[in-house]
Design a protein around this ligand. Sequence first.
Ligand code: SF4
Length: 380
Amino acid sequence: MEQDISSRQVAIYIHIPFCLTHCGYCSFFTVPYTKSSLELYLEYLHKEIELFLQYHPDLKNVKTIYFGGGTPSLLKAKEIEDICSRFNFDKETEITLEINPLQITETYLSALKNTPVNRLSIGVQSMNNEELNLLDRKHKAEQIKDKIELCHLYGYNNLSLDLIYGSPGSSLTTLKNNLSQFLNLSPEHLSCYLLTLESDTPLAEKIKERKVPPIPDDNLLTEEYELICSELEKAGYEHYEISNFCLPGKQSKHNLSYWKSLPYLGLGASASGFLPPFRYTNPFNLNDYYANLDKGLIMPEAESCSSKQMISDFIMMGLRLTQGIDLNELKERFNYNLEEDKRLKLEKLYQLGMIEKNGSYLSLSSKALFVSNTVIGELI
Ligand code: SF4
């Protein structure tokens, strides 16, 4: 059973929860931005890094860094640089910044060039202004092409674009048009997320009051997902994870750590981390996050995972990858033989055409991808 986090490179996730405004569909933990509150937050973030490195100096050697949020592009280039400088990595290390399209300006990118950030994840969400409006996004579809060109001009040639499908009133026609505009931008990577509508969001309220059209029914959502998969594959994108597509070799190295159950350090309020055998989640509240760090406390309420939990997580996360899970790796890392333990369930899923085996890899079939949770539930 793996337990030792020393001498191993980790993925670092840094959460910046501040946003300029709150989008009507978002149920993430976010905090209204002010200059002083972000500055205070960064002081605590550095304190958290300090404490981690004091207890686990090996965490200094990182595999990837990912700035997510919230809106991490509210950070100044110098602030990003200061955070990165706490860790050891080389030029090839993938360092990603989620960026709001409106923050892609010459001034920002020229400053960002002085940081090690080498991959941008751009919150485009849609190339349809009506949908952008419904999602409360402040940019316009026609601005995106120039923004991408500006990124290229400043040497950012590893771009990931977010696309949200299943928006209120969307149809196969609107989605097809949307996809073709995304493809015209030739991004290296695309993350296509189904709009998940939490009941306590302003958008859910508007739908209830019939101020905006309803979200598509399950049949249409399945068709939308299938359309995304077929159009992107036709355009040469590798469908490597349930919601993620990339040009050859352009997978998100950072996210692969999550899907392969490798260690990652989560820093910042509401961030989660996995330092085997421990999993933890920081408080979803700035005051509690600050209070813990004032007491010198990191990894609050960390849970030591049993081997059963780690095996379940490995299967659950790994089957999100279209390559699937390596059954030999499962045996080597966790001394667990899935084929022996779940023989009858596996036979049933093979018969239903929900799973496939290729060498030592077990994966979901393409028809199981959209109902992955149900299929994976059978195996954990
Ligand atoms: S969707 Fe993104 S930008 Fe909008 S409120 Fe949520 S975290 Fe902030």
